[in-house]
Design a protein around this ligand. Structure first.
Ligand SMILES: [Zn+2]
Length: 267
C-alpha cells in the first residue's frame, strides 16, 4: 500500500559530548511539515530535492524544525505557513545557545511566512491547526480528522522530561496535552521519536507526569522550599552537562522554576 505520510529523519553525528539525536520532517500530499536542522542541510536538500513540495508548514520556530527553510525558500519558493507568532519570530529568530548550535546549527531568518490559525488544505486532506503552546508559545499541531492523524511537533517527544528551556511552561503543556487528547487520533507523528501508536496511552502518561510534577513542586514551594531544595526533595537530578553547555538555557531547575512561575501567575 502506498505510504501516505513520508517520514524523513535527520540525525546529528555522534560525538563524545553530545548524544546522538534525530529530528523528523514529514511530507504528505505536497505538504512539507518542518524542514530539519541546519547542520543536516546537505542531507535535507538531497532528500527533499525530488519531492513535489507545494507548500511548507512549521510546527514552531526552533532551529531543529526551521533550519533549512531559508535554503528551501531559495530553491523552490513555495507558500510557507506557521502560527502568526512563529512567522513573526522567524523574521528575526532568537539566538540559539552553544549546545543547540553545536547539535542542530544556527537558525536563519526567513520573511514572508503566512500566518495560519484554522486549517491548511492539500488536494486530499484538510488539516486543522491546533495551537498547543507550552514547549514554545508559537507551537502548533496539525490534526487530520478523517485520517485520525496528529502531527504533534514537540508536544510529546517522550512521556518523561528531564529538562526545560528557560521559557517553557508546564501548565501550558498540560493544557495543550488535554486539548489534543480530546481529538480522535489513530496515528501520531512526533518530531523526534519513531513511535506512532498508542496515542491515548502515551500522551496521557506524559500529561500525568507533568500534572504530578506540577502538583508536588507547587506544594513544596508553598511550604517555603527553594527551587534547588525542591529538586533535592523530589530526587530530581540536575542535567549539569546540558545546563553548563547551554549557559543555563536548558536545565532541570528550569522545570521547577516554570511550575513555580505558572502557579504564581495563576494565583
Ligand atoms: Zn522545539
Amino acid at each position: 500500500m502506498e505510504e501516505l505520510v513520508q517520514r524523513f529523519r535527520f540525525v546529528v553525528p555522534q560525538s563524545k559530548t553530545i548524544p546522538q539525536m534525530g529530528v523528523n520532517a514529514f511530507f504528505v500530499d505536497g505538504l512539507l511539515i518542518d524542514t530539519g536542522h541546519r547542520n543536516a542541510q546537505k542531507q535535507v536538500m538531497k532528500a527533499f530535492g525530488d519531492l513535489p513540495i507545494e507548500q511548507i508548514i512549521l510546527t514552531h520556530h526552533h532551529e531543529d524544525h526551521t533550519g533549512n527553510l531559508a535554503a528551501l525558500k531559495q530553491k523552490i519558493n513555495v507558500p510557507m505557513y506557521a502560527h502568526a507568532y512563529c512567522a513573526k519570530l522567524m523574521e528575526s529568530p532568537p539566538p540559539v545557545c552553544f549546545i543547540e548550535r553545536k547539535t542542530w546549527g544556527a537558525n536563519t531568518a526567513v520573511s514572508g511566512i503566512q500566518p495560519v490559525d484554522k486549517t491548511i488544505e492539500t488536494n486530499r486532506y484538510k488539516f486543522h491547526i491546533v495551537h498547543t503552546p507550552g514547549h514554545s508559545e508559537d507551537h502548533i499541531c496539525l490534526y487530520e480528522p478523517n485520517q485520525g492523524w496528529l502531527f504533534s511537533g514537540d508536544l510529546y517527544v517522550h512521556h518523561y522530561i528531564r529538562y526545560f528551556m528557560a521559557t517553557e511552561s508546564v501548565i501550558e503543556q498540560i493544557e495543550s496535552l488535554k486539548k489534543v487528547l480530546k481529538l480522535d487520533v489513530h496515528r501520531y507523528f512526533c518530531s523526534h521519536s519513531f513511535k506512532e501508536d498508542s496515542f491515548v496511552e502515551r500522551f496521557t502518561k506524559k500529561l500525568q507526569f507533568l500534572e504530578n510534577f506540577y502538583g508536588i513542586v507547587v506544594e513544596l514551594h508553598q511550604k517555603g522550599f527553594s527551587p534547588s531544595s525542591i529538586m533535592k526533595e523530589i530526587k530530581m537530578k540536575e542535567q549539569w552537562l546540558i545546563r553548563l553547555l547551554s549557559g543555563g538555557w536548558l536545565s532541570g531547575i528550569n522545570m521547577v522554576r516554570s511550575a513555580i512561575r505558572d502557579a504564581e501567575r495563576n494565583s
